[in-house]
Design a protein around this ligand. Sequence first.
Ligand SMILES: *Cc1c(COP(=O)(O)O)cnc(C)c1O
Length: 385
Amino acid sequence: MDDKPIDKQDILKELDELHSLDYDYADGRILGSMCTQAHPFAKEVYCKFLDTNLGDPGLFKGTKLIENKVIESIGKLLSLDKAYGNIVTGGTEANIMAIRAARNHARKYKGIVDGEIIIPDSAHFSFKKAADMLNLKIVEAKLDDDYKIDVDSVKEAISDKTVAIVAIAGTTELGLIDPIEEISEIAFENNIYFHVDAAFGGFSIPFLRDAGYGMPVFDFSLRGVCSITVDPHKMGLAPIPAGGIIFRKEEYLDVMAVDSPYLTVKTQSTIVGTRLGASSAATYAIMKYFGKDGYSKKAQELMDNTRFLAENLKGIGYDLVCEPELNIVAFNHPDMDAHELAQKLEDLDWKVSVAKCPVAIRIVLMNHIKITHLKELLEDLKELY
Ligand SMILES: *Cc1c(COP(=O)(O)O)cnc(C)c1O
């Protein structure tokens, strides 16, 4: 730190210079991110609530009510009348909370001490962090030929140490939806905690379903589902950081509660202590502002762009890894390695990402990517073919 105060203008100049090194969503060159520009109204609300701290809800009673309202409306979206949970920093924290709840529940009610979690090969890496922090062993369920969790391999993986099964509604790499209904029944029959990671799909599957897209059921209407992760900071268009963890029962929060002596509440179940009220307020505002109709329109636009890209890629001769179910297209050049193609696109100033399972270029059709950008991209891909 400098000894003497520095003039605001000088500080801003330095920060602006550094900020200018960042890619800007608006340029349409960011093709591999699951985040996007937040809606301006959500940002406006976010700024108003910057000083609120939900870690101490007795001091911020109004903001706590806002968080409760958001959890309630996300719960309703996921077919749950009375929802419990929190707005957290993102899918990672939400998943860690879910696994912590499952572990503590199994420890308390089943006496499991060295637990295991069953996750598909396609699971987000946040579950590796969760397993590491919570001292759980990961048992990987296989994927079937369509890159979805293989139901039989889940059955085989169950042991008397299993504390949770995880399935994904909108995988990070391919945007695919696992056979949640079947896994839900398996979990229910075996009395095992079942977590659905819908960090990516949560703010689109329900709207697409209502719009007539044949979407599978993935939510609390399935009796085995104990918790669901959804990320408002992805297709929800809320500012970063905003993740949501929704629990079916309050007891899942209770098993995580620790005493919080110096605060206005006696216990705390979240991982972090001091935490943003701004994320809850902004998420609340944007959900009200769009309503189901607004989100439905957005979700359909993204699917239109997805179809446009997928069809045109096929037209040029690229191979799709799978038919897209949500707004992700993964593809390969018939005889060029994906990493090599990624590098060539990078040289043309596209920011793409490469999926690992299977190796492929992966494009996430977020709201900042417009048809004009896709046309430019397709021109470049035609050249590279
Ligand atoms: C994005 C994503 C996550 C992680 O969310 P963060 O907000 O980056 O922490 C977890 N699971 C899935 C399926 C995701 O798509």
